[in-house]
Each structure stands twice: as structure tokens, then as C-alpha cells.
Design a protein around this ligand. Structure first.
Ligand SMILES: Cc1cc2nc3c(=O)[nH]c(=O)nc-3n(C[C@H](O)[C@H](O)[C@H](O)COP(=O)(O)O)c2cc1C
Length: 312
């Protein structure tokens, strides 16, 4: 508590100093970001997606800037589970913040195998199940768009994740996001995170070819923010509020006022992604801005703000 304002939160049973996370794929395995800021100032930290085997990811070019955003087609480039346990867990252990490991896989067995090996690691507070990546051919988003498959992968991982929190990351480009959110919660998700990126394309008009070697990539950044706010509010009203399930809201946040919009829409916590590439320590500024907003709005506890959208 500072200046009579409490911005600490409870997130699926975890006590966090504040509601701000950095999100998967935009802050490495923490040591990269630790060069720019004190990681323990964050409410939470989410690792790059981890797969059973190391992955080189897609061919370059795999990022391109767009108006108010970027496309990425990284394709789960990561060190793989063995190296993650050997080299990255010792770093994460020292970070003194709530660490979530983002899990990815091409089959349910792969998700389960990764979770089983990580479930006993004390450095990990929880898992974020990535079933919404648009940049891999098999797995990824294929699981996240069909409520039946969302339920199957969530319940399989829930069975082996022990005491760790299980957060499911939802795909935004679906007909009814509340159906996939409900499937995840019914299958045992303790929290929901949204949104992942939207499949999109940029064309070089001289070559008439897609700029990205993968042809398409995931759109992130301020361009997607109003859609993300809407989807958070929808999932909050239809699924999360009634079930007492916390939402980690993300998509284009780069200022404290962006973050506050998500909280008013129903997010208990917020995630910072693309903005880290322009200003790696922007989370610190956002945490301070949230505190200042609460002070000037006479909000003594940030939890009062969650889902406080006024329709009159
Ligand atoms: C370069 C880049 C890499 C990403 N890699 C991952 C990833 O490995 N796993 C994942 O679940 N999401 C990944 N994402 C998606 C982000 O975690 C986030 O859901 C999305 O970018 C929306 O937030 P933002 O607009 O603040 O970036 C990535 C995003 C970017 C820009």
C-alpha cells in the first residue's frame, strides 16, 4: 500500500504486488528483460512458449511493422524443455515475481509431457496454456478455436499440473469466444488470458509477395486494443464473473490508461507485450500510472475497479 492506495491483487489464489504482467514471446526468459528493469517490480512474468523439443522457428523475415502494430511469425522458436530446465529455471528462480511458463505443443501428449516435467519446479507459480498461436502449421490455434478440443487439452494438462495455476490463453478470431472460454473453465482452467494475436498479412507491392517468409503472421499492438477490450468484457460477463475466474487481459497496452480500460472491462490483471519492444521498462511506468489513477479517483483498492464498466 502506497499513499493509501492498494494495487495488490489476488489472482487465482496468488497474491501479487500489482496487476501488471509482461507477456509471452515479448520478454524472453526474464534475463533479457532484467537488463532493463527490476523484474520483481512486476505483478507477474510469462515466459516465451516452451515446447518438448527445441525449435528454430520459422524462416526470416518473421516480423514486420504495421500501422499501430506489428506482425510476427516467430513459430515457437525456443530452447526446448531440457535446456529450459537446465539453464532458464535457475534464472527464473531468482526473479522474485510470479512466473508463469507458457506451454505449447502440436499434440495433447506433448502439452502433457512438458507440464509433467515442470509441475514440481518451485520457481513456477503457474502455466499459461497457449492454444491460440496462429504461426504454426499443426497444433497451436487448431486447439483453441474448437470448444471440444479446448476442453480436451485443458483437462489433460489440469490432471498433471499439480498445485500450479492453470491459465488458458484464448484465440481471438473465433465466432464465439465465450464458448471456448467456458470450455476451458469447465475443464478446470483456474484463469483465462486473452487475447493472442490475429492472423494477418502484409504484401510488398513491388514483388507482390507477402513480406513474411511464413506469408502470414499474428497482428499485435495498439491496432488490436479495442477488439481485445471488447472480448475481455464479453468473457468477463458471460463466463468469468459468474465463475469467479480471473482474466489476464492483453492486446495493445502501452499506457496506464490502456491498462485501466482492460480492468474496467473485467480483467483482474493486464499483460504488456509489443510495447516492450519500444520501451522495455514501460511496465514500471504503467504500474505507477495505475497507482496515480487510483489516487486521483479515490479508489483505495484496485479490486474495486475490476469489471466496473458503467452502462448509464
Ligand atoms: C514477437 C512476438 C512473439 C510472441 N510469442 C508468443 C508466444 O511464444 N506464445 C504466446 O502465447 N504468445 C506470443 N505472442 C503473443 C503475445 O503474448 C500477446 O498475446 C499479443 O502480442 C497481444 O498483446 P500485445 O498487443 O500487447 O503484444 C507473441 C507476440 C509477439 C509480438
Amino acid at each position: 500500500m502506497t499513499n493509501g492506495v492498494d494495487i495488490s491483487i489476488e489472482f487465482a489464489g496468488l497474491k501479487l504486488a500489482n496487476p501488471v504482467f509482461t507477456v509471452s514471446g515479448t520478454c524472453g526468459y526474464a534475463d533479457e528483460l532484467a537488463d532493463f528493469m527490476d523484474i520483481k517490480s512486476l505483478g507477474g512474468f510469462i515466459t516465451k512458449s516452451i515446447t518438448l523439443k527445441p525449435r528454430k522457428g520459422n524462416a526470416a523475415p518473421r516480423i514486420v511493422e504495421t500501422d499501430s502494430g506489428m506482425l510476427n511469425a516467430i513459430g515457437w522458436a525456443n530452447v526446448g524443455l531440457d535446456k529450459f530446465i537446465e539453464e532458464k529455471i535457475p534464472i527464473l528462480e531468482k526473479m522474485n515475481t510470479a512466473v508463469f511458463v507458457n506451454l505449447a505443443g502440436q499434440t495433447i501428449n506433448e502439452y502433457v509431457a512438458v507440464t509433467e516435467r515442470l509441475a514440481s519446479q518451485s520457481a513456477i507459480a503457474g502455466f499459461e496454456l497457449n492454444i491460440s498461436c496462429p504461426n504454426v502449421e499443426q497444433g497451436g490455434i487448431n486447439f483453441g478455436t474448437d470448444p471440444k478440443q479446448v476442453g480436451e487439452v485443458t483437462s489433460a494438462v489440469k490432471k498433471v499440473c499439480g498445485e500450479k495455476i492453470l491459465m488458458v490463453k484464448l484465440a481471438p478470431a473465433v465466432t464465439d469466444i465465450s464458448a471456448t472460454a467456458k470450455a476451458a473453465v469447465d475443464a478446470g482452467a483456474d484463469a483465462l488470458s486473452l487475447i493472442n494475436t490475429f492472423t494477418a498479412m502484409v504484401i510488398d507491392i513491388e514483388t507482390r509477395m507477402p513480406v513474411l517468409a511464413n506469408r502470414t503472421g499474428g497482428l499485435s499492438g495498439p491496432a488490436i486494443k479495442p477488439i481485445a477490450v471488447y472480448l475481455v468484457n464479453k468473457v468477463y460477463n458471460d463466463v468469468a464473473k459468474g465463475g469467479g475466474i480471473p482474466i489476464l487481459g492483453m492486446g495493445g497496452i502501452r499506457t496506464a490508461s490502456d491498462a485501466i480500460e482492460f480492468i474496467i472491462a473485467g480483467a483482474s490483471a493486464v499483460g504488456i507485450g509489443t510495447a516492450n519492444f519500444m520501451e522495455p521498462d514501460c511496465s514500471i511506468r504503467i504500474i505507477e500510472g495505475i497507482r496515480q489513477y487510483c489516487t486521483r479517483s479515490n479508489i483505495t483498492n484496485i479490486r474495486e475497479l475490476v469489471g466496473s464498466l458503467s452502462l448509464e
